[in-house]
Ligand binder design. Structure first.
Ligand SMILES: NC(=O)c1ccc[n+]([C@@H]2O[C@H](COP(=O)([O-])OP(=O)(O)OC[C@H]3O[C@@H](n4cnc5c(N)ncnc54)[C@H](O)[C@@H]3O)[C@@H](O)[C@H]2O)c1
Ligand SMILES: O=P(O)(O)OC[C@H](O)CO
Length: 332
């Protein structure tokens, strides 16, 4: 299934899809790199690089860009790098082209608005019982594309296929660790984007490093509460896909979510902040969606709810900070 000569289809040719296509192609596999925009596919082929997202990094000759989703037919493995809000539609269009027993590796880090579903839950609704994995964890596209050392989580309940996927996707500088816990891994990846926005806001507003450390720890506590309520494992949250990605994204200006928060903290509007972040800011969409999901599970997430309020322009940063600091004192 995995060690055959069929190409790998990577869906979504943004920063992450392009980085993963490079990783896989360098491992010797042919890659079909699909983008919804045929003009973008033509530009990728013509330029030999993704100028908008990973400028200066040459595409491997084994990568074939395409604007036709039907070119994914015949792939031995699908890697989906479409943002969480767009994945349901793409998955539906993919269905007729998906071969029997072909594994689908999801990589989106978000919660779907309107349903509160994590990417693997959306996929189950649309594609049914396909072999499903999630690749997540601390990994900036530019780092992976440059071949810098990276370790991630590959979550899949079936151990045999999960380990085979780790092998298939590993490289000299890319090390996936298998986990059986899809829910814990997906939740950590989605929620850390919301927390990264909060940390960016705090730093942009000049509240200082102590405030950011407090926010990171208290935000991580609410993520763990929700994960536990949904059946995610504590060990997953304490690993690469949870703590690892929180550490990365809550501290680095390489993160778009963090940059978006920084701009909000500096007083920009949500639209201006999105422009400054550049590219997909999953946490901006996920903040409200994860709160809806938490409400249904009876879990309180005051920090995520505050990010949602600020992102939607319903509260300003200073009044949010005053409100959070005046909450009743309680046990840690
Ligand atoms: N960039 C990273 O370092 C990184 C790392 C790990 C995971 N991720 C995750 O990967 C996903 C994609 O992020 P990215 O960095 O590639 O973002 P990006 O902004 O660079 O690119 C997003 C791509 O998705 C496409 N897209 C958006 N909506 C679509 C839709 N409805 N149908 C089809 N295509 C659509 C866009 O055309 C674009 O090519 C996100 O969930 C992100 O959290 C990103
Ligand atoms: O740029 P961000 O904030 O989407 O973060 C990218 C990756 O998720 C980091 O692991």
């Amino acid at each position: 299934m995995l060690n055959d000569d069929r190409p790998v289809a990577v869906l979504g040719a943004g920063a992450w899809g392009t980085a993963l296509a490079l990783l896989i192609a360098r491992g010797g596999r042919a890659v079909t790199l699909w983008t919804r925009d045929p003009a973008h596919a033509a530009a990728l082929a013509r330029d030999g690089e993704n100028r908008a997202r990973l400028p200066g990094l040459a595409l491997d000759p084994r990568i074939r860009p395409t604007g036709r989703l039907g070119d994914a037919a015949g792939a031995g493995l699908i890697v989906a790098a479409v943002p969480a809000q767009g994945w349901r539609g793409v998955a539906g269009e993919l269905r007729p082209y998906l071969g029997a027993d072909v594994p689908v590796v999801l990589t989106a880090k978000g919660v779907e608005r309107g349903t509160g579903l994590l990417p693997h839950e959306t996929t189950r609704e649309v594609l049914g019982e396909v072999p499903l994995a999630l690749l997540t964890g601390p990994s900036f596209a530019a780092d992976v594309a440059r071949g810098l050392p990276t370790a991630v989580t590959l979550a899949m309940p079936d151990e045999t296929t999960g380990l085979a996927l780790c092998e298939a996707l590993s490289g000299p500088a890319f090390r996936p660790y298998w986990s059986p816990d899809l829910t814990g891994a997906a939740l950590g990846g989605a929620a850390k984007n919301v927390l990264a926005i909060a940390c960016g806001i705090v730093m942009g507003r000049g509240f200082g490093e102590s405030a950011r450390a407090a926010l990171t720890a208290r935000g991580f506590a609410e993520i763990r509460r929700l994960a536990a309520a949904l059946g995610g494992e504590e060990t997953t949250l304490m690993g690469l896909s949870g703590l690892g990605d929180v550490v990365l994204t809550c501290t680095s200006t390489q993160s778009r979510n963090y940059r978006y928060g920084l701009a909000l903290g500096e007083g920009q509007t949500p639209a201006g902040a999105a422009d400054r972040a550049g590219g997909t800011v999953e946490g901006a969409w996920t903040a409200a969606a994860i709160c809806e999901r938490a409400d249904r599970a009876g879990v309180e997430m005051p920090l995520a709810a505050t990010v949602a309020q600020i992102v939607e322009g319903r509260e300003d940063v200073d009044s949010a900070a005053r409100r959070l600091m005046s909450r009743p004192l309680k046990a840690e």
